[in-house]
Each structure stands twice: as C-alpha cells, then as structure tokens.
Ligand binder design. Structure first.
Ligand code: ACO
Length: 466
C-alpha cells in the first residue's frame, strides 16, 4: 500500500484551493449541504462545482450529478453525504485526481465498531489515491483570506471573524464554533481555522506543521481531545514553537472526560501526566478553558514576547495595582524596580500624592498627560521588560477618546509588550474594544491581564533559550 503524501504542502490545498467541489450540495435550507454551498457561492473567489444526483441547479448555480462529470480539475472535495456513501464518493474523487478532501459526515469511529471499520476503509481509499483527508466527523476549514468556508453553521447564526493572525485548530467542531463566535463578537482576527474531527488521516501534527509555515499566522491555538501519534506530534510541536507560539487546550483529563472524548471523536486521551510532560518538552503553553486560550492568543498575536519577567504596573486605582501585584507573583513575574532616573524625572512632574514605586499609582485625579509621562518613562527604563497599564476609565480627569490614541502612540516602543487592564462594565467595554482594534490586548480583570502577560514572558524565555 502506498503511504499518503505528507508535509505542509499537502495541507495547503485545504485552505487555498483554486477549485472546490461540494458533494451532497442541497437546495433544502436546513441541510448541511445547503449551508456549505451557500457559504462558497457567497464569498469564494475560486471555481465552484456543486454535486447532487438529481438537482439541475442549487441557489442558481449549475449542478453536476457526480464528480466524474466535472470537465475541469478539482483541488478540494467537500463531502457531506451519509456515511454509507462516503467510501464510494471518495473513490470517485480519487479516480478524478482530487488530492484533498474534507469529510463532514459522521457515523464512523466515534459511533462504534462498524463505524471504525468504515473509517479504516476511508483511510485505505485515501492512501490508494494519495488523497489527504480531513475528518470524517468534522466541520472542516475556514480561511478568512480565501474564504474557503466549510462550516455548516449559517452565517446569520455564526458571524465569521475578520482576518487576523490567530490560527485555531480543533478536534471538536463545537469548541471551534464557540471560539470563532467569540472572536467574531470581539472583532478578533483569525487567519485560519480547521476542525479535523476523527483525524483518520490529517491530524493535529499535520496542521501544526502547515501553520508553522503560514505567513498569515502568528500564533497557533489548539483544542485537543487526544493525540493520534504522540511521537510525531511532540517532534513537530518542538520545532513549531521555535517559530511561533502554540497554545493548547487539552480535555479528556478525567475518567469521565476521557469516556466523553472517545464517543465524541473516537479519541484516546492518554494520561494528564504524560501530556504535561509533552507540553514541557515542546514549549507549548497549556490552558484550561476557552477564555484563557482566547486571552493568551490575542496577547501573543499582537504584542512582542517579553525579554524577561520584570513588569511595570501603572494605575490610577490602588486596589487594582495590588491585585495585579498578587497575580504577577502567582505567575512567576516580578515587579520591576524603577531606576533612579525614572523616579526623579517623574517626581519633578507629578504632585506629591502620586506613588512612584511599583505599582505606580497615579491617583484618582490622574489625567491623560500624567499617564503619558508615566508610560514614556517606564518604557524607557532598562529595568522594565513589560508594562501592565491599569486604568479605571470612569474618573473625571480622563479624556477617554484621546486616552486610547495616547496609549496606542506608545505601542511597540523599545519592543516591550504592553497589556491593558480596564475593569468595569459598559464604559470600560467600549474602550476595551478601541484598544483591541488597535492591537493592544485589553482585559477586564487583573487576573486575566496577568495571565496574558505571563504567556509573553514564557514565550520570550523559550525564544531566548532561558
Ligand atoms: N453524491 C452526491 N450527492 C449525494 C450523494 C452522492 N453520492 N448521496 C446523497 N447525495 C445528496 C442527497 O440527494 C441530498 O441532496 P437533496 O437534499 O437534494 O436530496 C444531499 O446529498 C444530502 O444527502 P442526504 O441523504 O439528504 O443526507 P443529509 O443531508 O440528511 O445528511 C450528512 C448528510 C449531513 C452528511 C449526515 O449524514 C451527517 O453526517 N450529519 C452529521 C454531520 C456532523 O455533525 N459532522 C461533524 C461535526 S463536528 C464534530 O462535532 C466532531
């Protein structure tokens, strides 16, 4: 038997095909084959072929009865027909010369012994014809640039996120959807997404290897239930983390979770101890829920890694400063000791009630100018590696509109990362969005801000080899 073609180049057509065939396209609005066809018709710029044995047209688009009748070559086949027909359809794809296929259909390994046997047959077909197959039992692929979009959730229910630098790969379709919905709601950009389901052929390691080479992706986030081939995954992950950060959310860590993973994607979870050892060995960053993953991903996507762990905290609310100090210590970071030059410079400019040690409490009467002076001084201080700016935006002296511009102007100075913490409700939310749109990760609580910064410190250490 011939092995499948491996390597990043065999994965690229999933994300950037020139032509796509949707097998099982339907004109019935509630069907998965309808939603996928509609996605492609609405926004895919390449060639599109819809396949349905009885329809002449779907959404005013010509239909073909089978893949063999398409007069041109097809880079990617998206298969959404019942499980029992998938093998035959995949064979036809092989005969046609299609080398990349997403199998959305469920009813394979995750459903028991018979399904597992059917899945093995799909793998045999994919090997015979050198087809890279994603799935079965998956949601497939979303690429915010080419607008390949096999997600079968209608766009009015799941807005697609804008273009950006975070790639997300997920064994689970539902976890993927939750993450994308969150990203879309917060206007956080995504480069690529893949839900690879049962990983019968294409697995997490293949996708990781591809994304390492992808110029649009700056950080890779993964949701895993199990790892298909531990050694292959660890080897690739170790290489990839040298290029870009990899965040991993691994579930199925309890007996109950492991059983659930087996019936969800047919995954064998392995022990948590082994996984922790893999995380340590490879330099990935492990998180424990979606919020952590999302918080860390946007910090790593938009801010540079920290040189070391000495953090400056600037605030106009003493309590928030204390909370951040606690959180920094919990995550192995330290409050920087400002240089003599920094404190004497600021002492001349600020009223006596301003606390010039770290956390630097500018006082409830601090205006934009006081913040500007403080930020400028600590960013130029060699004893500072990163900055958490905590602002209670409700105080009267702050001019919110120009506050955002003032902070954004300092972004990237001396290549030091900056994280903003803006506690509070509605007023804070609007300002947080403005910061995010300008590439400054912003969090509502000290704990979340410190966690995000800790990832920049950890990644910086990995890069420096320390
Ligand atoms: N070639 C071309 N078209 C075909 C073929 C074929 N061989 N066989 C059937 N079709 C057509 C059908 O005629 C139908 O078109 P129509 O609506 O015009 O009649 C269309 O393809 C769909 O076939 P149906 O038999 O109607 O199947 P249905 O749409 O009900 O279900 C599906 C197919 C969606 C693939 C289903 O079997 C399935 O697997 N659903 C679950 C999918 C899922 O949850 N995936 C994983 C999610 S991610 C996760 O959580 C891990």
């Amino acid at each position: 038997m011939v092995e499948t073609l491996g390597g990043a180049e065999s994965i690229a057509p999933f994300f950037s095909p020139r032509s796509v065939a949707i097998i099982g396209a339907s004109s019935k609005q509630k069907k998965i084959g309808y939603v996928i066809a509609k996605n492609f018709i609405e926004s895919f710029a390449g060639k599109l072929f819809l396949i349905n044995p009885s329809a002449q047209q779907i959404l005013s688009h010509k239909c073909y009865p089978n893949i063999s009748s398409i007069p041109e070559s097809v880079d990617l086949a998206v298969i959404a027909v019942p499980a029992k027909s998938v093998k035959e359809v995949l064979e036809e794809c092989g005969e046609k010369g299609v080398r990349t296929a997403v199998v959305i259909s469920s009813g394979f390994k995750e459903s028991g012994k018979d399904g597992a046997k059917m899945e093995e047959e799909l793998v045999s077909v994919s090997r015979k014809y050198h087809i890279r197959m994603m799935g079965p039992n998956c949601m497939g692929v979303f690429n915010s640039t080419t607008m390949v979009d096999t997600l079968f959730i209608p766009r009015y229910r799941l807005k697609r996120p804008p273009q950006g630098k975070i790639a997300f790969i997920s064994q689970s379709g539902a976890s993927g959807i939750a993450f994308l919905d969150w990203a879309a709601g917060e206007r956080i950009g995504i480069s690529k997404f893949a839900s690879y389901g049962n990983a019968a052929d294409v697995d997490e390691a293949d996708l990781l290897e591809f994304l390492a080479t992808d110029e649009e992706t700056k950080v890779i986030a993964m949701y895993l239930e199990g790892i298909k081939e531990g050694r292959k995954f660890a080897k690739i992950a170790r290489e990839v983390t040298k290029e870009k950060p990899v965040i991993v959310l691994k579930t199925g860590v309890t007996d109950s979770g492991a059983k659930a993973a087996l019936s969800h994607t047919g995954s064998l979870s392995g022990t948590d101890e082994i996984f922790n050892a893999v995380v340590k060995q490879t330099g990935m960053i492990r998180v424990y829920d979606w919020e952590e993953m999302f918080d860390i991903a946007r910090a790593l996507a938009y801010q540079p890694a920290a040189r070391d762990n000495r953090v400056a905290v600037i605030t106009n609310g003493g309590g928030a400063g204390v909370m951040i100090a606690d959180e920094l210590e919990k995550h192995g970071m330290a409050l920087a000791r400002f240089s003599e030059e920094t404190t004497s410079k600021l002492k001349e400019k600020f009223p006596p009630h301003v606390t010039l040690s770290n956390p630097m409490d500018l006082g409830g009467d601090a205006d934009n100018e006081r913040f500007r002076e403080a930020i400028g001084a600590v960013i130029d201080d060699d004893s500072v590696d990163s900055l958490i700016l905590t602002c209670i935006p409700h105080t009267p002296a702050i001019d919110l509109e120009s506050f955002v511009d003032m902070v954004v102007d300092t972004k990237g100075k001396n290549n030091k990362p900056m994280i903003v913490c803006l506690p509070g409700g509605r007023v804070s939310l609007e300002v947080r969005e403005l910061f995010e749109e300008n590439g400054i990760p912003t969090y509502p609580t000290p704990a979340r801000a410190a966690l995000a910064l800790s990832a920049l410190v950890r990644y910086g250490r990995l890069k420096n080899g320390s």
